[in-house]
Design a binder for this molecule. Sequence first.
Ligand code: ZN
Ligand code: ZN
Length: 421
Amino acid sequence: MDRIRGMQDIFPNESDKWLFVEGVMRNCAETLGFGYVRVPIMEFTDLFCRSVGDLSDIVQKEMYTFEDKGGRSVTLRPEFTAGVLRAFLNISKDTVLPAKFMCFGPCFRYEKPQSGRYREFFQFDAEIFGGNSVAADAELIFLAKSIFKELGIFDLDLQINAVGCPECRAGYRDILFSYFEANADNFCDICSERLVKNPLRIFDCKNKICKKICEDAPHTIEHVCPNCKKDFEQFKLYLNVADVKYSVNSRMVRGLDYYTKLVFEFVTRVQGSDLTVCGGGRYDGLSEKFGAPNFSATGFGIGVERVISVMESLNFKFPIFNKRDLFVVSVDDFSTEAVKLVIKLRAGGISADFDLVGRNVKSQMRFADKMGYNFTIVLGPEEILNNKVEARRMSDGAIFTLNLDENSVDSFYEILNHGGL
Ligand SMILES: [Zn+2]
Ligand SMILES: [Zn+2]
C-alpha cells in the first residue's frame, strides 16, 4: 500500500537520531525549568483561523481541514502555539505564572513536498505564558542556544527584530503602506493583496522585484514606540550578559500574523545556503482573540527534520540506542536452553536475542552477523553438559569463555566492558 505523499516512515537506526534529538531538547528544557505538556494533534479549525490568521498561507492553503462525524470543522495542527495557548488558557486560573511549557510532536501542512520538507513534520516547541518582561524572550534564546550546543550546531546567527506593539504597529504600518503604495504597480499578485491586508508580510516575499522594493523600505526599529525601543534594548542587554551573539535584521517579520514586539530566528549555513533552524517571538494579545484575558506570551519552534539534516551534514556522531550486545545461537533441540540464558542475561540489562525462526546454526550465525551483534554464543549439548559457553566477538573472532552459573551475567558484563567494542 502506498504511503500518503509528504509523510515519512522512520525505521530503527534512523529513529535513533530522532530519539537522541528529542531527548536532548527535553533535557535542556527541563534544566531550564520547562514542563512537558501534551496537546491534541487536532483542534477546531476556528482556533487556527483566529490565531495564525485567516489571510495567512497556512490557513488559506495549507491546512488539513475536514468535518468530523458530528459535522464540526476540525484541523490537524499546522503549528503548536495556538493549541498550547488554548490549553494554557483552560488552566490559567490555577496556574502559577510565569508558566514555562515545552512540547514535541508532529504538525501537518499541505505544502508541496520537497527535499527536507514534509507534510507531516516534527516540531519541538517552547512557550512562556505570563512572562511580561523581555527576560522571558531571553530565556527562550538561552534554551535554544543550549539545545543547539548539545546538538553540535555552533555556526549560528541569531537574528532579532522589533516588530512593534499595538500602540505603534499601526503607525509603522501606515508609514510602510505609504512607501509600498508608491511601488504598488510592481508587486506580485500576492503582495498586491498583502499591501491592503498586512503590508508587513511583503517582507516575506521571495519574488525578486518585491525583494528589491523591500530593500529601501523604512526600518521597523526606527518607527516603533519608546516602550518597544526600551524593551528591545533590554532584550539585547540580556543577550550580552549571557554572551549570546546576535544581529538585528529589520526585515524579519516572520510569517505569522500574531507576532508583536520581538521576533527572532536562528540561522545556520549548510553548503553555502542559509537555513532557519528555530524561529519565534512574542504574541501578547493572542489570548484576547480566544476571548480570554490578556496574557503575555512568547515562544519558539524548532523543526526536527531540519535540525537532523544539519547535524548529518556536520557528520555528527549520533549515539546508537539499538545496541545488540549478544545473539545466542541454539543447536537443534536446545532452543529452550537458549531462551533460558537470554532471559537471564536480559534481566541483568544485557541486550540479548535468540532465534525466532527455527533456523540452523549456520543461518543463525549469518543472521547475527548481518544484524551487527557484538557477540554470539553457540548453545548445544556440549555447552550444557560442561556448563560453559564461548562468547565470540564478531568484529575479530576473539573467544571469551564463560561459566553458565549464577555469575554468568556478571562475567558477561566483564567481557562486554573489557572485550567488547
Ligand atoms: Zn510599541
Ligand atoms: Zn511579492
